[in-house]
Design a protein around this ligand. Structure first.
Ligand code: 9GP
Length: 808
């Protein structure tokens, strides 16, 4: 598409869609005009493919996810359409990057899980798979984080306030969803015994569609997000009686369902609204698929041939009972047939072993929101447990563990068990995690049917996370191996040949320095802290959680601080420690860790004795947009979770893809990253998963590690002395006391190996040529971690899905 055509499109949209004369148009107006022009081109592709996508023989994947974190659309869509350069030319002297930077991002996810879903949509579109991502159009996404006096403050994310150009409302495809009430039995006209659900209330789900265009593929997939509306905006009976407030109450009540994204890592037990949210989007999505299936002239007997449905974690697991309800209650299908279709439709991805993240709902709550589903779940469970009993007679323990209903105390519905029973396949998200899913999480299900278990190691899109966010490195790579690697990441291997090339290494270092200089400016502008771009950028960006061990990183920083204070002539590699990440609003320890990071930063950054050898920065409001500035500038990627706790991680992949070396434990996908890049190009430390388990089993005493290591003791004492808290000795006591007394995440045991490993990093960074060689090899060997590979594995091994040719 030529610059001239784009120029005309921008002018037209400024005129007709935005309604502003060019002479007085603001940057926001220009952003909108460009965004409309780009959307037009995506829509054109979308409409052109309509027939192909909806042909009766085309099988589709529906990716059900309560979270999608796509990031800003404009820059990525320009890249995927291959028109960024021409858009720049069309703007003749205006700053395209400024306009791109104005876009509010849809923060419709907490972190890795939602971002993974967005990466998969990018790859599904790029590889021309027919797909729809179904989710919730939260009015308020993940909160914006600001830092006040070192503490996290949550601010409502009003992402829709400036309007959202990328979505199209489709009221004609709205669905009605029932909630609450009771069930009753009746006999139908054929004399058959049937059940119907009489709800307390109904809400309407209105879909908003965002087509996502693939990279140079001309193909699109759809992100269809449901927004809750009242069945009637006003109760006219109330209104006519003069009760205006009563009349709008129902509207407010209904719209609450899609109002806000729940932050994870909170105790969500008993959050009725969250259960309603989950059911709401699942019910709308299943009904939408049924509508499409019937519209294509198929019968529901073939539902599982037309749709494969991926359950992204347990959040959409209620879909199993909902499809059964639709088939049995509404379409009068015999139970056995409906169950067969259901089992062939669903597959389930597990993303966590953390017990608090495995959802279970108190039975009374569940029954009051979804009375009919509870009956259906009882029936599924009864039939399932009968099978188990015949295979393992008398093994009541096994039966209790496999049951969808937890009856060990207060009764719960276990959503993971429902997802397991109702799916043909379950997968973990990294090789180690998938093993742990078999052996620790679901050993009884594994005994029952080992063939159902698979692994699909996560992947990330190289388009957004290298092509878009690191143009300098992209150009450098293009210059050596051409540009086809962005859609065939394995081709990065060809860079290995240049790893020792001094000229290439210098270019590589130059690009990294430019990226670090840019980030240093952002850090200064946003926090006031001045950092040296030539220092080692040591980066830990991710949700704040004790298992991710940001506080282990802090213990290392304090160790260095202590060493510098003890020896004023000490020489170490200058470092900038950068943290970013949100803590769940109700997670006290995580919020205290943020305060600790900021407090240590305040003390260390201002102490002249430190001689600027170390700087500590907490960059507020870590999100996709900020991540895109951070990854390209990283020298060292901190992936230091307690082994066995991080299911996969994806930040580890994005950082390594941008040339950072990893310091990490053998956890999640770190294991495979290390295998790929080579042990000599990875800084490994810490307990393995097995060692951690043995240590715990043998009676772990964290205090012993502290008392046996004077340096560690000094660090803990320094925190407790009040040095970082203006004399307040108690402020951080919950952290230090937990470390000394319980230390669930084994920081004390891993402290010394971590600090020693960091010393190796310090030495390695001094040999810049060798470091750069390692950095090049990291990038060259990241091909496996493309989301294209992951999506192909899902399509081939789980979904049995074929790409379609988008062009006629
Ligand atoms: O914690 C995992 C993270 O390790 C993984 O990379 C991500 C995507 O698979 O999912 C996260 N899990 C959740 O957010 C909740 O289960």
């Amino acid at each position: 598409m030529s610059p001239e055509i784009l120029k005309a499109a921008f002018a037209d949209n400024l005129n007709f869609a935005v309604g502003r004369p060019a002479e007085i148009a603001t940057p926001e107006d220009w952003y909108q005009a460009i965004a409309f022009s780009v959307r037009d081109r995506i829509m054109h592709r979308w409409v052109r493919q309509f027939e192909k996508r909806n042909a009766p023989d085309v099988r589709q994947v529906a990716y059900l996810s309560a979270e999608f974190l796509p990031g800003p659309h404009l820059g990525n869509s320009l890249l995927n359409l291959g028109i960024t350069d021409n858009a720049r030319k069309a703007l003749a002297g205006q700053d395209l990057d400024l306009y791109i930077g104005l876009e509010e991002e849809p923060g419709l996810g907490n972190g890795g899980l939602g971002r993974l879903a967005a990466c998969y949509l990018d790859s599904l579109a790029t590889l021309c798979y027919p797909a729809t991502g179904y989710g919730i159009r939260y009015e308020f996404g993940i909160f914006d984080q600001s830092i006040k006096d070192g503490w996290q403050v949550e601010v409502t994310d009003k992402w829709l306030l400036p309007g959202n150009i990328w979505e199209i409302k489709r009221p004609n495809f709205a669905q009605v969803v029932k909630i609450g009430g009771h069930t009753e039995t009746y006999t139908d006209e054929h004399g058959a015994f049937r059940v119907r659900w009489i709800p307390d209330r109904v809400v309407v789900g209105v879909p908003y569609d965002t087509p996502i265009v693939g990279y140079l593929s001309d193909s699109c997939v759809l992100l269809r997000l449901w927004s809750a509306e009242a069945a009637q905006s006003f109760d006219f009976a109330d209104f006519n009686r003069g009760d205006y407030y009563g009349a709008v109450e129902e509207k407010v009540f209904s719209e609450n369902i899609s109002k806000v994204l729940y932050p994870n890592d909170e105790q969500l037990e008993g959050k009725r609204l969250r259960l309603e949210q989950q059911y709401f989007f699942v019910a709308c999505s299943i009904k939408d698929m049924i509508r499409l299936c019937l519209r294509r002239g198929s019968t529901l007997e073939r539902f599982h041939e037309m749709f494969c449905v991926q359950l992204n974690d347990t959040h959409p697991a209620i879909a199993v009972a909902e499809l059964m309800r639709q088939l049995v209650d509404k379409y009068a299908m015999p139970w056995e047939r409906a169950w067969d279709i259901t089992r062939r439709t669903f597959s389930y991805t597990n993303h966590t072993l953390m017990p608090e993240a495995l959802e279970k709902w108190p039975l009374p709550l569940f029954g009051s929101v979804l009375p009919r589903h509870l009956e259906i779940i009882y029936e599924i469970n009864r039939r399932f447990l009968d099978e188990v009993r015949t295979r393992f007679p008398g093994d009541e323990g096994k039966i209790a563990r496999l049951s969808i209903i937890d009856e060990s105390g207060e009764k719960y519905v276990r959503m993971a068990n429902l997802a397991m029973v109702g799916s043909h396949t379950v997968n973990g998200v990294a090789a180690l995690h998938s093993e742990l899913v078999k052996t620790q999480l679901f050993p009884d299900f594994h005994d029952l049917d080992p063939k159902r278990f698979q692994n699909v190691t996560n992947g990330v899109t190289p388009r957004r996370f290298l092509g878009l966010s690191n143009p300098g490195l992209t150009r450098l790579i293009d210059g050596r191996i051409g540009d086809s690697w962005l859609s065939n990441l394995d081709r990065l291997r060809e860079l290995e040949a240049f790893a020792g090339d001094v000229g290439f290494q210098q270019d590589w270092m130059r690009v990294k320095l430019e990226n670090k200089t840019r980030l240093a400016r952002i850090i200064r502008d946003r926090t006031g802290v001045v950092v040296d771009p030539s220092s080692l950028f040591d980066i830990q960006v991710k949700r704040i959680h004790e298992y991710k061990r940001q506080h282990l990183n802090v213990l290392h920083i304090i160790t260095l601080y202590q060493r510098i204070k003890h020896d004023p002539r000490l020489q170490i590699t200058p470092r900038t420690f950068l943290f970013g990440g949100k803590a769940a609003p109700g997670y006290f320890m995580a919020k205290l860790i943020i305060k600790l990071i900021n407090s240590v930063a305040e003390t260390v950054n201002q102490d002249p004795a430190v001689r600027d050898l170390i700087k500590v920065v907490f960059l507020p409001d870590y999100n996709v947009k900020h991540a895109q500035n951070i990854y390209p500038a990283a020298d060292l990627s901190e992936q230091i979770s307690t082994a066995g706790k991080e299911a996969s991680g994806t930040g580890n992949m994005k950082l390594s893809l941008n040339g950072a070396l990893t310091i990490g434990t053998l956890d999640g996908a770190n294991v495979e990253i290390r295998e790929e890049v080579g042990a000599e190009n990875f800084f490994l430390f810490g307990l393995t998963c097995e060692q951690a388990a043995r240590l715990r089993a043998g009676g772990y005493n964290p205090g012993d590690y502290c008392h046996g290591d004077p340096e560690l003791r000094g660090v803990i004492e320094l925190i407790d002395s009040g040095l970082f808290s203006h004399g307040d000795r108690d402020l951080f006591r919950p952290i230090t006391a937990h470390l000394l007394e319980r230390d669930d995440y084994l920081l004390m045991a891993d402290y010394r190996p971590y600090v020693n490993c960091q010393q190796e990093v310090d030495h390695a960074y001094r040999d810049r040529h060798h470091w750069t060689r390692m950095s090049i090899l990291n990038v060259a060997r990241m091909g496996k971690f493309s989301s294209d590979r992951a999506v192909r594995e899902y399509a081939d091994n789980i979904w049995k899905l074929k790409p379609f040719a988008p062009e006629a």
